[in-house]
Design a protein around this ligand. Structure first.
Ligand code: ADP
Ligand code: ZN
Length: 638
């Protein structure tokens, strides 16, 4: 690829040289007539050549220039170019010519016309050289250079992936979802014959370092197909306007290599919501091209596009339509068991002291991503090498954790015990609302592992498949969102409530607003209040009077207050269940729908929680009796 590019540069260089040469030649010889030897001799015989001519001698070349009178009596300039040999023979054969050459001024020059040209061109050459230098240094940086045929040097990287699913620890449910894709990539024809439509695009959403890239590579590796990868930010760099052509390249290369995987990292860099304003920005052109490409290939071409982002909500909704990224896989930070699995996986190729209990390391690292855990092991290995020891021991791991937390990842939110307490009750509040409210959604999973700007989260799915929501459903949803805050208030008091409910309030308010302004479900009656979307600012602005706006806001507030009261009542009434859910969360970090049902039915902790608690108790006893070497976080760098 590199070679191809430099050839192009040379071609350009030479073409420019020729053009400039011609221009200068035209300039020098501009108005002169080029005479042949015969024409010149004829004119000379007829005394039509002026004696004011000059002769320039270069190595191997004689150039005679001056003026002559042409047949119509007009005086014109001329040039005559002779090679050395024809010059000499002319002088021998033709006395008139000899006399003529002796009578004119001879400017003998050592430089060939070529050298003269070069000297004249020197500034140009320097300029072009500079230009080439800029270009090549830019393309070394992986940018730009789309000048010579669209983005020749920015072709997406195609690699052969040898990652397997077994190299990805945890995220098991997500892997299961992807197995089908692997099968499809292995035998696209089987699916084509059945007329089965396989998803073209899979979007993976999750915080950085949770293994999204790894998972995409694993799909390619398991299927044994090519893997094209490109980061969203690479589409637009330095040279704006190239994004669209790069997208085109990416897809055309991929189609040739099908079956294959296209992986687009950080898709939010190109896929942000379009402003819908005047004129498409270059970023929008890139996004539009991406949409065109995704629509353009049939779902059976054997190309699957996998994209990663840590925020789906900023993506343009056009990307998420059927036939594009119609499947989203949520990948969250690993919970305690997943962390243990990741640690074990990455310790496979390292020599580790048998005394290390990965479960306990996993306990110490809530909020760590897979990448951070890998980094912990790597740092530990570096410490061992530095001290010329043979094996990673528990103190190395301890220091490595501190390094990873205290180092570049200080921003990462390692949870304090107090956070854990608050978040466990907050999430338990949501879960309890889901359990208790008739028409609410069913709780699938509750976790206190932080994600995005939420301390934890509760995943709910609608209980029935109906496309409509009743007024009751909506009230229940709002109460569900407010359940987190309500639990905090009940457990810690009105003054100890936290900002953790920020997102919940957003969602609850939204539902309430729509009930009032769009669904005719409030005392304001059936009127639909038009709103104007100002998408670029993510705001909704009403097109009604201030008076109406005031009424709407009051009504929204009434709904929210009513639902909050419901939430407080429910939680107060079932505080025992709340406690059990919260405790289970603190022990296991993530609990499933079954475990919640169990708590609800039997009003006691599930056996997994009890086992885990017992295990910890035993460990604590051992610690007290000094059987286990416990490590304490360094005080000085906290
Ligand atoms: P993302 O694309 O989500 O930002 P990556 O896939 O680039 O994250 O992960 C970075 C590295 O972290 C991986 O190469 C791998 O070594 C490690 N890693 C992350 N998650 C896992 C996991 N679930 N299992 C094993 N390793 C993981
Ligand atoms: Zn919440």
């Amino acid at each position: 690829m590199k070679k191809k590019k430099s050839i192009w540069l040379w071609v350009l260089f030479i073409v420019m040289l020729i053009v400039i040469g011609i221009v200068i030649w035209q300039f020098i010889a501009g108005t002169s007539d080029k005479l042949t030897e015969a024409e010149f001799l004829d004119l000379l015989m007829n005394n039509k050549i002026s004696k004011n001519s000059t002769e320039q001698v270069y190595s191997g070349l004689h150039i005679i220039s001056g003026s002559y009178t042409n047949s119509s009596g007009v005086v014109r300039k001329f040039v005559l170019t002779l090679t050395n040999s024809s010059y000499t023979s002319l002088r021998e054969d033709n006395n008139a010519f000899k006399d003529f050459t002796q009578s004119i001024i001879t400017l003998s020059q050592g430089n060939s016309p070529f050298m003269t040209l070069i000297i004249n061109l020197l500034p140009m050459v320097i300029l072009i050289g500079f230009y080439i230098w800029i270009f090549s240094s830019m393309s070394k940086g992986g940018m730009g250079g789309g000048m010579f045929g669209p983005g020749k040097n920015t072709r997406p990287r195609e690699i052969k992936s040898d990652v397997k699913f077994s190299d990805v620890a945890g995220i098991n449910e997500e892997k299961i979802e992807l197995v089908e894709l692997v099968d499809y990539l292995k035998n696209p024809n089987k699916y084509a014959l059945m007329g089965a439509r396989v998803p073209k695009g899979v979007l993976m959403e999750g915080p950085p370092g949770t293994g999204k890239t790894l998972l995409a590579k694993a799909v390619a590796g398991e299927a044994g197909v090519a893997f094209f990868s490109m980061a969203g930010s690479e589409f637009e760099e330095m040279f704006v306007g190239l994004g669209a052509s790069r997208v085109r390249d990416l897809f055309s290369d991929a189609k040739k290599a099908a079956p294959c995987i296209i992986f687009i990292d950080e898709i939010d860099a190109v896929g942000r919501k379009r402003s819908g304003g005047m004129g498409a920005s270059t970023n929008e052109q890139t996004l539009n091209q991406l949409l065109v490409e995704m629509d353009g290939f049939a779902s059976n071409t054997g190309v699957i596009v996998m994209a990663a982002t840590n925020r789906v909500d900023v993506l343009d909704s056009a990307l998420l339509r059927p036939g594009r990224f119609d499947r989203t896989i949520q990948i969250s930070l690993p919970d305690i068991r997943e962390r243990e699995a990741i640690l074990k996986l990455h310790s496979r190729n390292k020599s580790v002291s048998p005394e290390i209990d990965w479960k306990r390391i996993a306990e110490r690292t809530p909020g760590f991503s897979g990448a951070q855990l890998e980094n912990v092991l790597n740092e530990a290995a570096i410490l061992v090498v530095r001290d010329k020891r043979k094996m990673i021991n528990i103190l190395d791991i301890d220091e490595a954790i501190d390094r990873v937390v205290g180092g570049p990842a200080k921003k990462s939110r390692a949870m304090t015990m107090q956070d854990k307490q608050i978040v466990s009750y907050h999430e338990a509040g949501h879960a309890l609302m889901g359990l208790r409210l008739e028409s609410a959604s069913k709780v699938q999973k509750v976790t206190i592992i932080p994600r995005g700007n939420a301390g934890g989260y509760t995943i709910m799915t609608p209980k029935d498949e109906s496309n409509f929501s009743s007024k009751e459903d909506l009230f229940a949803s709002i109460a569900g969102y407010l359940g987190g805050r309500a639990a905090e208030e009940i457990m810690f008091g009105k003054n100890k409530i936290t900002t953790g409910a920020h997102d919940d309030l957003d969602k609850a308010t939204n539902i309430a607003r729509r009930m009032v302004t769009q669904f005719g479900m409030s005392t304001l009656g059936l009127t639909k209040y038009l709103t104007m979307q100002e998408e670029s600012y993510g705001q909704t602005k009403g097109v009604y009077s201030d008076e109406v706006a005031f009424k709407i806001d009051t009504e929204i507030n009434t709904i929210l207050e009513k639902c909050y009261k419901t939430a407080l009542e429910v939680i107060n009434k079932h505080k025992d269940v709340l406690e059990l859910i919260a405790e289970s969360l603190r022990v296991l970090e993530t609990i499933t729908a079954e475990q919640i049902d169990y708590i609800d039915k039997h009003n006691k902790l599930p056996k997994e929680v009890i086992e885990e608690k017992n295990r910890k108790d035993v460990e604590d006893k051992k610690k007290e009796s000094g059987e286990i070497l416990e490590f304490e976080p360094d005080e000085d760098d906290k």
